[in-house]
Design a protein around this ligand. Structure first.
Ligand code: FE2
Ligand code: FE2
Length: 297
């Protein structure tokens, strides 16, 4: 065989091998992701799938490349894999309800996930995202109390989508019990109200902690992505938005002061056309931010 032909043959064999390897990695991800969903019974819908879908949406908006998007999607599908084997007493509760020893065990799940997946060379970056998904901008997260830019983009994205899903879709109800069994007096109106309140709570939490715990750009992109769901349930929502997009009738959601400390607009104030004019003028003069936090009814 001519050397050139041999090279071509080798090349095509390599191509075939890498296709097989890529296929195997995909299969591994499917199996691991199935395993991860086994402890998701305290959520409405699939927690990992929601986190993956929304995280990919945010990564796209941030113009991350295809490889990074793939890594974020996979990390999101597997972010809680380290919880496998945790007792029901931990899985059934919100983090804030855990006893100190239970919380200590709960905090080990990012590291367990990391150790598990770090053994596979193709999962190196994915496992790092998983390790960091509970880190928070101000260093109050775990396990390594990383701060600001020390947190990699994939982890900063999952921090937001994971927190939202946990606050909005988490239920106290074990899904193996018959539907409605633990809410005997529930009627449709109160269920809708409860859903709207939970949605607003989750979004308000993200916005009030934006810049402190969560990346501001990630929170604002997520707010846009989730807008359809917000409309579908008719919830009001707090959002940070450019002043020229604000409409009269919306409500100011935080205090605004001039550079000299004079109160311009107070939290809870309804925005009238004249207030809106004043705010725009002050923002153009640099007296207040161009984007403000408002409650949209
Ligand atoms: Fe987690
Ligand atoms: Fe999670």
């Amino acid at each position: 065989m001519e050397p050139l032909e041999r090279v071509k043959e080798l090349e095509s064999q390599l191509d075939e091998l890498s296709t097989i390897a890529a296929g195997q990695i995909y299969d591994i991800i499917q199996v691991l992701s199935l395993l991860t969903t086994t402890h998701e019974k305290y959520y409405e819908g699939s927690h990992s799938k929601f986190v993956a879908q929304k995280s990919v949406g945010i990564a796209r908006e941030l113009s991350l490349n295809d490889e990074q998007i793939f890594e974020i999607e996979t990390a999101a599908l597997l972010h809680d894999i380290g919880k496998i084997g945790f007792p029901e007493s931990i899985l059934s509760k919100f983090a804030s309800e855990l006893k100190p020893h239970e919380y200590a065990q709960y905090q080990t799940h990012p590291y367990i996930g990391y150790k598990l997946l770090n053994k596979i060379p193709a999962f190196e970056n994915i496992s790092k995202i998983i390790l960091q998904h509970h880190e928070r901008l101000d260093g109050s997260g775990f396990p390594n109390k990383l701060q600001g830019k020390e947190i990699i983009p994939g982890a900063a994205i999952i921090a937001v989508t994971d927190t939202f899903h946990s606050m909005f879709y988490r239920t106290k109800k074990d899904k193996t019990t018959p539907a409605g069994a633990q809410i005997p007096n529930a009627n449709t109106a109160s269920l809708i109200e409860g859903t709207q309140a939970k949605f607003s709570n989750a979004m308000n939490y993200l916005h009030f902690r934006s810049g402190q715990l969560f990346d501001t750009r990630v929170v604002s992109i997520f707010t846009d992505l989730i807008e359809d769901e917000r409309k579908a349930i008719g919830a009001s929502s707090i959002l940070r938005i450019a002043l020229n997009k604000v409409e009269p009738g919306w409500i100011i959601a935080e205090d605004y002061n001039t550079n000299y400390g004079m109160l311009i607009a107070a939290k809870g104030e309804i925005i009238t056309p004249s207030i809106l004019k004043t705010l725009l003028r002050l923002a153009e003069n640099g007296e207040m931010p161009m984007k403000i936090l408002v409650m949209k009814p």
